[in-house]
Design a protein around this ligand. Structure first.
Ligand SMILES: [Zn+2]
Length: 284
């Protein structure tokens, strides 16, 4: 039996938002981690687009400007309207993969009128379950966005998965829980190999490379297990794309005609710099 060669997708990141004045300490669970300093650490927000000649797949939908203002973040670009830069209309998006239901990833879940929407069942159960009566686990969720997911479910547009799933040839979603119970990452075949959009399984490269967990979490051991899952799915450390690292937008080349989009399918232009260091590549 012969197999058709896998498509090689373009993978584009949009840095659509940012947070000013955040301290590095807020990004690490353990206060004695050398990266957990009091220095100001930029923290950015991304959405992603996967495309080839045949299809367009969106990953996460970012946040609305008013929600961001209420939560002390800034929307730099409208995450859906920015698709116009790529000559993509919302109708062309065949699939939307939602990595998890936190507010900064779910602002426009109904923006793609014909897309299949992919979420892990465990995530849906969590954000509609009893844990939401507690302020702390509820804090990163927006009830309106959860309601949108429920409406998509009732409209038979939401696909709830229990484990890994192939979205298209060369595009897979894999559970990587810990930050939330149903977080999934997206593995994509590209010209430089298998890339993993790790989303918030690892907010920053420092979290996964140093095994230094992010403090907002559902299950600590699962989060660290997921670092191993993500690394096993990716063809190398620079094939792991974290969810919020400012270096994502600076290390990879921008799209020629629209610099706000970063081309992740191309090799990085610069080496990874560990925060708080003079730039030496981390040991792992
Ligand atoms: Zn996030």
């Amino acid at each position: 039996m012969t197999h058709a060669p896998l498509p090689r997708y373009e993978v584009l990141a949009l840095r659509f938002g940012t947070q000013a004045g955040r301290s590095a300490r807020e990004n690490f669970l353990f206060a004695d981690d050398p990266c957990a300093t009091d220095s100001v650490a930029p923290f950015d927000f991304y959405t992603w687009v996967i495309r080839d000649e045949e299809r367009v797949i969106a990953v996460d939908t970012g946040f609305a400007a008013d929600t961001a203002a209420r939560r002390g973040r800034t929307q730099l670009h409208h995450p859906v309207r920015a698709l116009a830069d790529l000559a993509i209309s919302p109708e062309q998006v065949s699939d939307l993969v939602v990595t998890h239901m936190h507010w900064d990833h779910t602002g426009f879940l109904d923006a793609y009128p014909t897309a299949r929407v992919h979420l892990q069942q465990a995530e849906m159960e969590f954000c509609t379950g009893g844990a939401m009566r507690h302020a702390a686990p509820r804090r990163p969720f927006e009830a309106d966005d959860v309601n949108t997911a429920v409406r998509l479910l009732f409209a038979e547009r939401l696909r709830l998965h229990r484990g890994p799933v192939r979205i298209a040839p060369g595009v897979e979603a894999h559970p990587a829980p810990g930050h939330t119970p149903g977080l999934q990452v997206v593995r994509v075949h590209t010209e430089r190999g298998w890339l993993v959009l790790a989303s918030d399984s690892s907010h920053l490269w420092a979290n996964i490379r140093r095994r230094a967990p992010f403090p907002i979490l559902d299950h600590l051991a699962s989060m660290v297990d997921s670092y191993e899952v993500v690394e096993a799915l990716a063809d190398g450390p620079d094939h792991v794309i974290p969810g919020h690292d400012p270096q994502v937008a600076t290390r990879f080349p921008a799209l020629e005609h629209s610099a706000r989009w970063t081309r992740l399918h191309r090799p990085p232009l610069t080496a990874y710099r560990e925060p708080g260091t003079d730039g030496a590549e981390a040991a792992r």
